[in-house]
Ligand binder design. Structure first.
Ligand code: ATP
Ligand code: MG
Length: 436
């Protein structure tokens, strides 16, 4: 017998439920919050299901946000200023494996029937303390079983995202997949290409926000779900690089989901250029933003080699100049994760030491970019340098000097140095650099 779970919803959610109930509507807490309460896991976001129509919900509350009105979801701002999702009971009719065509329902049972897995189809009504668990999700949760609601293959065909959701839930909660659900999953994987990039990406980010994503990722690999969306990774998903990647991903903090994405895409491997191309292809296919694509490919390009702990401080500044100060911390995080993942305490200690030295340079604002120089292009033009690429090359040359000796970053010193280079024919060697 399973103990009756203790539900401790946030007071703001109880208040929203009470308001709905006092208007003659039902308010049921459903989904992840109920699942996590039964597992006694801490949980901040609670969702409500109601027979009130979206228009009614918007009239009942002062502060609402139309989150997805065609899906019946209204965001209600609680007294704690958090947003709670209030969704009208739904009856999913007709799907094309991508989008559900939605019809509203009047009974919680109908709404639970359209949910994907038994562990997600449990509802609790704060007003009456009633619990509805028509598919025995609590039994499955206690036994550690993931089971589709209803006939599994039909349920996956309605929405293939459920395939990826299955890997997520099975991994995150360490569940055994029930045999029929498992067989249906195996057959459904080939249809993942019908999903939109946005949904696949959001699902990946959810997997990578879990405490331990490796179990779900291993399921992706075992079921062949890396083919298609993650085709560059699929071939490595058995070897050493894959194991290393999973260990490193688990070692990165859950709130750094994007860095975990980068670590995952790094395992596609290849030479310096090839690995950047592969990461870019993956990021583009999944429609990450341009800023994320830039960040991701830059991190992949500079993941190695890292400065050595024994290197002089000029080497450290040179490294910062190459990788960019704003990327240095993430690169170290990736290396820390690799060291931690492989259990190498020595490597971790060396990284702590090296990062300390890099950090010192950052704190001291040691000049590592042309923009930080005490002179600029206009100064060089005033010295008689012709406008054009030579100006940039001269600035690079001065930066190299300053990286070597930061105290040279003074206007007078740099102008003198530039003048000397121009006069002593240093320009020729700069120009030579142009032809390289
Ligand atoms: P978490 O928020 O921890 O990721 P969750 O269970 O709350 O988990 P959501 O994606 O927020 O997941 O969805 C809330 C609920 O809506 C689920 O518990 C499930 O009952 C239902 N649900 C969500 N997506 C689907 C889907 N694609 N098919 C069927 N039911 C779904
Ligand atoms: Mg949720």
């Amino acid at each position: 017998m399973i103990d009756r779970p203790v539900f401790q919803p946030p007071p703001a959610l109880v208040q929203i439920a009470e308001r709905l109930e006092s208007a003659g509507c039902q308010a049921w807490a459903v989904g992840g919050a109920i699942r996590d309460a039964i597992l006694e896991r801490p949980r901040a976001d609670w969702d409500l299901a109601t027979d009130a129509r979206p228009e009614e919900v918007r009239e009942l509350f002062r502060r609402t946000v139309p989150l997805g009105l065609d899906h019946g979801t209204v965001g209600v701002l609680g007294q704690d200023d958090s947003m709670y999702e209030v969704t009208t009971f739904r009856l999913d009719v007709e799907t094309d494996g991508r989008h559900a065509v939605v019809e509203f329902a009047t009974e919680i049972e109908d709404d639970l029937a359209r949910r994907d897995f038994t562990i997600n189809a449990i509802a609790w009504r704060p007003a009456t303390q009633e619990l509805r668990d028509p598919y025995e999700g609590m039994v499955d949760l206690e036994a550690g079983v993931l089971r589709a609601v209803g006939e599994p293959s039909g349920r996956f065909a309605e929405d293939y995202l459920r395939v990826l959701r299955a890997f997520r839930f099975a991994g995150v909660y360490d569940l055994e997949i029930e045999p029929e659900t498992l067989a249906a999953l195996r057959a459904a994987v080939v249809h993942l290409d019908r999903l939109s990039a946005e949904r696949v990406r959001e699902e990946l980010l959810k997997v990578l926000s879990a405490d331990v994503p490796s179990r779900s990722l291993r399921l992706y690999a075992d079921f062949g779900a890396l083919e298609g969306w993650y085709t560059e990774i699929a071939p490595v998903a058995e070897g050493h690089a894959w194991v290393e990647a999973l260990e490193a991903i688990d070692a990165l903090k859950p709130h750094r989901a994007f860095l975990r994405v980068v670590r995952l895409f790094l395992c596609a491997g290849g030479g310096p250029e090839e690995s950047v191309d592969k990461a870019e292809a993956l990021l583009r296919r999944l429609k990450f933003s341009n800023a994320e694509i830039r960040r991701g490919t830059h991190l992949v390009a500079h993941y190695r080699p890292l400065v050595h702990p024994a290197d002089g401080s000029a080497s450290i500044r040179e490294w910062l100049s190459t990788v960019g100060t704003e990327f240095s911390r993430d690169l170290f995080r990736l290396h820390f994760a690799a060291a931690r993942g492989s259990g190498s305490a020595d490597a971790e200690r060396a990284l702590v030491y090296t990062w300390g030295r890099v950090h010192d340079e950052i704190v001291e604002r040691s000049p590592v970019t042309v923009g930080q120089l005490a002179v600029d292009g206009t100064d060089l033009l005033a010295l008689g340098l012709p406008a054009g690429p030579l100006v940039g090359l001269m600035l690079e040359e001065l930066l190299a000097q300053v990286i070597d000796a930061p105290d040279r970053n003074e206007r007078g010193v740099l102008l003198e140095s530039a003048r000397e280079l121009i006069e002593l024919g240093g320009l020729d060697s700069l120009e030579g650099g142009l032809q390289e």
